[in-house]
Design a protein around this ligand. Structure first.
Ligand code: FAD
Length: 288
């Protein structure tokens, strides 16, 4: 049996060089990767642990926005007061992953790059219009979060590339977000559907900007651009919410499985988006 090599580089460039080796895989928290290794579903030759890479763990404020290290554990995000105030929905998506134990390790980078259609951390990041800083043998590039997963277990990352950090845009006053998911059990299950909504209100309390993203209802999490547009200009009246729900349902392409039929998932995605929009609106200081 070939031995699995373990590397823990301290710079992003060293990590990219290590990841360019044949059969190399990045490791963040390991809550997906170690399970897959133990089950024999993946057999990398080299595991490149990103946790010691400068910038891969931690949260910092930069140019009015936030930068989240891609390997930062969910528990750290949940305890970050300023991030939780500005982006409660992004933090909700990250912190409802798994259990207390899983939270000590599970990261948004791993959640995104594991590329599960039901990844809970991803819809709110997409609704936030977050970008990823990607490092690879060719240097650095920045890409929108929604461009990373291309299908179940598949990403657009080139060999040797990894996500170093996420960038969240500056947050104006009267802005907030929310993430909701439905799972068949009360905890530790895979979402039937999930929805993230990010709203910015104008001085009059009307929606000036809205972004809606859904998870578990297509091969990847999706930005429902039309759904966001349906909310702009008003105070989430019933007609706007109905338009938003219809636009969410229109982008859904779910599977049917033991957690729910495609019809059920599609309906639930709309309901969750409506509820998340109402929560984000209230958090932003909106009054209907
Ligand atoms: C008990 C349990 C409960 C769970 N509950 C949930 C849940 O409720 N919701 C949910 O969404 N998930 C859940 N998960 C799955 C998992 O915890 C999450 O997907 C988690 O966010 C993965 O992050 P990680 O840091 O552990 O990733 P890892 O396991 O380290 O990596 C996951 C994948 O991404 C790659 N990768 C890791 N970091 C990077 C990077 N920075 N750049 C490029 N590629 C990278 C790895 O090579 C691997 O393919 C659960 C898992 C367990 C074991």
């Amino acid at each position: 049996m070939t031995q699995l090599a373990y590397l823990a580089p301290s710079s992003a460039e060293e990590a990219a060089a290590a990841l360019a080796r044949d059969g190399a895989r990045p490791l963040s928290g390991g809550t997906d990767l170690l399970v897959q290794l133990r089950a024999g579903r993946t057999r990398p030759a080299v595991v490149v642990d990103l946790k010691a890479v400068a910038g891969a763990i931690g949260v910092r404020e930069q140019s009015g926005g936030f930068v989240i290290g891609a390997a930062t554990p969910g528990a750290v995000l949940g305890e970050h007061a300023a991030l939780s105030r500005a982006w409660p929905g992004v933090v909700e998506g990250a912190t409802l992953i798994g259990s207390t134990q899983v939270q000590g390790r599970a990261s948004l980078g791993g959640n995104l790059c594991n590329a599960s259609p039901a990844a809970d951390g991803v819809p709110a990041l997409i609704a936030a219009r977050a970008t990823c800083v990607i490092v690879g043998p060719g240097g650095r590039r920045e890409a929108p979060v929604e461009s990373i997963a291309t299908g179940p277990g598949q990403t657009s990352l080139a060999p040797g590339e990894f996500v170093l950090e996420f960038r969240l845009p500056p947050r104006p006053a009267r802005a907030s977000d929310a993430y909701l998911r439905l799972i068949p059990r009360t905890e530790m299950d895979i979402a039937v559907a999930g929805a993230g909504v990010n709203l910015v209100l104008d001085e009059g309390g009307r929606v000036a900007e809205a972004h809606v993203a859904v998870g578990a209802v297509a091969p990847t999490a999706l930005l429902a651009a039309e759904a966001g547009r349906a909310l702009v200009g008003g105070r989430l009246d019933d007609a706007a919410l109905a338009g938003m729900e219809a636009a969410v349902r229109a982008v859904c392409r779910p599977i049917s499985d033991k957690r729910g039929t495609a019809e059920y998932r599609t309906r639930i995605a709309g309901v969750l988006a409506r509820r998340a929009a109402l929560i984000a609106f209230e958090r932003a200081g909106g009054v209907r």
